[in-house]
Design a protein around this ligand. Sequence first.
Ligand SMILES: *[C@@H]1O[C@H](CO)[C@@H](O)[C@H](O)[C@H]1NC(C)=O
Length: 339
Amino acid sequence: MDNKLHYFHYLQFLLLLSSSCFSLVAFSWISPYNENKNYEGSSDLVNLEYHMGPVLSSPIKLYIIWYGNWNPSHQATIRDFLNSFSSSYAPHPSVADWWRTIRLYTDQTGQNISTISLSGEFFDFKYSQGKYLSRLSVQYVIKNAVRSYPKALPLNYKNGVYLVLTSYDVQVQEFCRAVCGFHYFTFPSILGVTVPYAWVGYSGKQCPGFCAYPFAWPKNSGKPPPSTINGGNSLMGAPNGDPGVDGMISVIAHELAEVSSNPLVNAWYAGNDPIAPTEIADLCLGVYGTGAGGGFVGQVYKDSWGNGFNLHGVKGRKFLVQWVWNPLRKRCFGPNAMD
Ligand SMILES: *[C@@H]1O[C@H](CO)[C@@H](O)[C@H](O)[C@H]1NC(C)=O
């Protein structure tokens, strides 16, 4: 306790010296989703179980497929975020620190989930499968990317994970109505092999209130946007300047945590239904810091413009990423935890 207080004063002192320093004045944010099932506090009610399947225990090579018409500055934000997973250069609490919680999960041979590194990118600017994608057609997007000439991605079925990111003008089955992203694995009948993949959509135009929370507010929530404890204005500012992209960052992190711990949907999940499993990030939806729950996203930091964040990344970037279930502490956890 004393240590923490000391640290706090030290940072306030630094703030006086430098206006570009981030503020450690943690602030809470109110969630519109009061009914959210989240478990920031320890809970014996969570029956997260291991179902004997594999986890991604070889060093994970991540391949991005940019589908559609992407803004280069949005791409740069996402690329820096993904490069932050394997970087030791960012200050604590970092994206790499956040990944350490995911690495606590093991398979039945005792192998932990491994490291993750961005290993290739493909630009499907011609919308190879059109502007409406079904869940299944996302697999054809991957097939196109690994078969394309001349700049195909490798078909890496040993330790590859494919991340399909759709632009503002692409509709995806259930996007904005039920989901902001999902993960699954490819079928041999489509790709010839089974490889894990995830999809996340850019929600900035279609449904920021649904997928870019807490940077945007759901229009139909029936509640006014939150006010900050210091009487500031309504919404949390996006640390990289775009609610759609900053919201996507947390969804991407959510899907990478789950595809690694439940790649074939037979490893780590709670509940008895493998068709609708509650996975390690689902358990902590809307939780970004200590004290989350009951409508609060928890204590996070403010940058010098007042935008919210809880993790540092490469190139001085800041990100807001939800917590995941920690299997040893048996509660939601992130490296910005204050307890
Ligand atoms: C692997 O998982 C075990 C069990 O959760 C944990 O004690 C250990 O620290 C993990 N190792 C790494 C490298 O994260």
